[in-house]
Design a protein around this ligand. Structure first.
Ligand code: COA
Length: 184
């Protein structure tokens, strides 16, 4: 999959590998509900069993829709003709969120979204990027590690919740970015 954001251009890029026909592009405002569903379902799959119930209670479908609507300019989606199958959100020097629908996992979509996010970060001047991963989210950890991210520490993060903040110990990953290669 090529990523136009690697060149700083906006718009879509077409996949030649992974999930056939998927495209990386900016989200449409009308897709917030679909993306919130991917986020909610992925959160349940990856986090519900390993994170405190008090956090799960506030991670509602509506809360994800609100966060997505507010962050839409920093979101890129991987989409099939029928709609998005995953998204990645960057914030400052952080790869903030990465969620792929269950059907699209293992297909290369997540790797394409991460390459695109790294290129976006690079273009905005970031050279050392970081992300948080829930402790015990072994699939995500394996994915980040095979994507060249290094676990640097376990740190306490203050997660934003409706009542203020929620302290959670997480794995911190870092990656020293390199200039994106132009598409062949
Ligand atoms: C994290 C995520 C984006 C990764 O995308 P993906 O398409 O599943 O990633 P891949 O399949 O390419 O890689 C996952 C790796 O973990 C391995 N894996 C699968 N289940 C695993 C488990 N329970 N424990 C450890 N490794 C596991 C896979 O075999 C694969 O490794 P391999 O390529 O060496 O065989 C995706 O799984 C997802 O959206 N999960 C739910 C949401 C989530 O956890 N987001 C990240 C929040 S930090």
């Amino acid at each position: 999959m090529t990523a136009n954001s690697a060149t700083g251009r906006r718009g879509a890029s077409v996949s030649n590998s992974g999930t056939a026909g998927s495209v990386l592009r900016e989200p449409l405002a009308s897709e917030v509900a679909q993306l919130a569903r991917i986020w909610y379902d992925g959160w349940q799959d990856a986090h519900a069993r390993i994170l405190p119930a008090a956090l799960a209670r506030v991670r509602t479908l509506d809360s994800f829709a609100q966060r997505l609507a507010a962050a839409l300019p920093r979101v890129r989606v991987a989409a099939l003709p029928e709609g998005p199958v995953g998204f990645c959100l960057v914030e400052g020097d952080e790869l903030n969120q990465l969620f792929v629908s269950a059907a699209a996992r293992g297909s290369g979509v997540a790797a394409a979204l991460v390459r695109d996010a790294e290129a976006r970060l690079w273009t905005s001047g970031v050279r050392l990027a970081w992300l948080s991963c829930a402790i015990g989210n072994e699939r995500a950890a394996r994915f980040y590690e095979k994507s060249g991210w290094l676990r640097s520490a376990a740190v306490t993060e203050q997660l934003a919740v409706p009542t203020g903040s929620f302290a959670l110990e997480v794995w911190r990953y870092e990656k020293r970015l390199q200039a994106p290669q132009p598409a062949a």
